[in-house]
Design a protein around this ligand. Structure first.
Ligand SMILES: Nc1ncnc2c1ncn2[C@@H]1O[C@H](COP(=O)(O)OP(=O)(O)OP(=O)(O)O)[C@@H](O)[C@H]1O
Ligand SMILES: [Mg+2]
Length: 289
């Protein structure tokens, strides 16, 4: 493990890292993006995100962290085209986001599986909508269920699954659409620590297998360091901006348990926690995260 690199990142300032150029092709380009909500009833505008600029390199996992209410979920909604943005450039795989995109899949905190469909038919739903031939749906769904370890539960209904299994099915559904970018909004936060570790390892393994690019929102500092190649830290809302970008050079193909034992892990967790503490309002800054 490259502990020398890890220490370098842990001691570098956020500003130094923010100015470092991104290497290689980019899966998501975000330049001066501003997003807000109009209320027709009140004739008002609420600025959730002011001027975000950062990139997600191809074949990377980037964690988006920041105080509650700073606009992380809002931003993910704009990336997949469910919510318009007011200014800036937002490009997925080189093309501007102008509306809902079939090439981005989203995994939310709660699995939101359709209770009347079996696991298999939930996972294949997006493919069915696209008119994919039945045999191809069956093959692809079978492959995805295999990947997340749910093959034996294909015929089960969501209520017959544990929370962790439901989130696995949700992940399989997102992957079945073969997205160029997987967006995850606190996907493991409702799970117990052991299940979270297991699913985190699965995500890391699937990523290595598929070379999928992932942008993941998380509140958990340790989760961000365990999983990500890079953490993008947003400032406190309203009108949040990118506060800093932190590289996590802990290596590819790692497992969460191995990572916890690396010498670079602790300093990175502390650095990220300190950055987030500094963003808390004065009255709650003494509380731990
Ligand atoms: N539909 C909406 N209409 C108006 N304002 C909204 C809407 N959705 C979110 N907001 C506001 O936008 C801001 C950002 O909300 P958002 O849910 O994106 O934050 P977040 O960073 O995901 O928070 P958390 O970490 O708690 O999930 C908040 O102030 C919220 O009240
Ligand atoms: Mg949110």
């Amino acid at each position: 493990m490259d502990s020398e690199l890890a220490v370098t990142a842990a001691t570098a300032t956020p500003t130094q890292q923010r100015t470092a150029p991104a290497a290689g092709p980019l899966k998501l380009e975000v330049e001066d993006v501003g997003i807000g909500y109009f209320s027709q009833r009140h004739g008002s505008f609420f600025e959730a995100v002011r001027s975000l600029t950062f990139n997600v390199p191809d074949d990377s996992l980037v964690a988006l962290v920041g105080p509650t209410g700073c606009g992380k979920s809002t931003f993910l909604r704009s990336v997949c085209g469910l919510l318009g943005y007011q200014h800036g450039r937002l490009l997925v795989d080189g093309s501007a986001v102008t509306g809902p995109r079939a090439d981005c899949s989203v995994v939310f905190q709660s699995p939101a599986l359709m209770p009347w469909r079996t696991v298999e038919r939930n996972v294949g739903y997006g493919l069915e909508l696209r008119g994919t031939p039945k045999a191809e749906v069956r093959d692809r769904v079978g492959h995805m269920l295999d990947m997340v370890g749910l093959s034996k539960f294909a015929e089960h209904y969501p209520h017959q699954l544990s929370g962790g299994m439901q989130q696995r099915a949700n992940l399989a559904r997102a992957l079945a659409n073969d997205p160029v970018l997987l967006l995850m909004d606190e996907p493991f936060s409702a799970l117990d620590p052991q299940t979270r570790d297991r699913l985190s390892d699965e995500l890391l393994r699937i990523r290595e297998l598929t070379k999928l690019t992932v942008l993941m929102v998380t509140h958990q500092v340790d989760e961000a360091v365990l999983l990500a190649d890079q953490c993008v830290v947003l400032s406190r809302g309203p009108g949040s901006v990118v506060e800093g970008v932190m590289d996590i050079p802990l290596g590819r193909g790692r497992t969460v348990d191995e990572t916890r034992h690396q010498s670079g892990y602790g300093p990175l967790v502390r650095q990220l926690r300190d950055m987030l503490r500094a963003l808390e309002p004065a009255e709650s800054a003494s509380g731990g995260r």
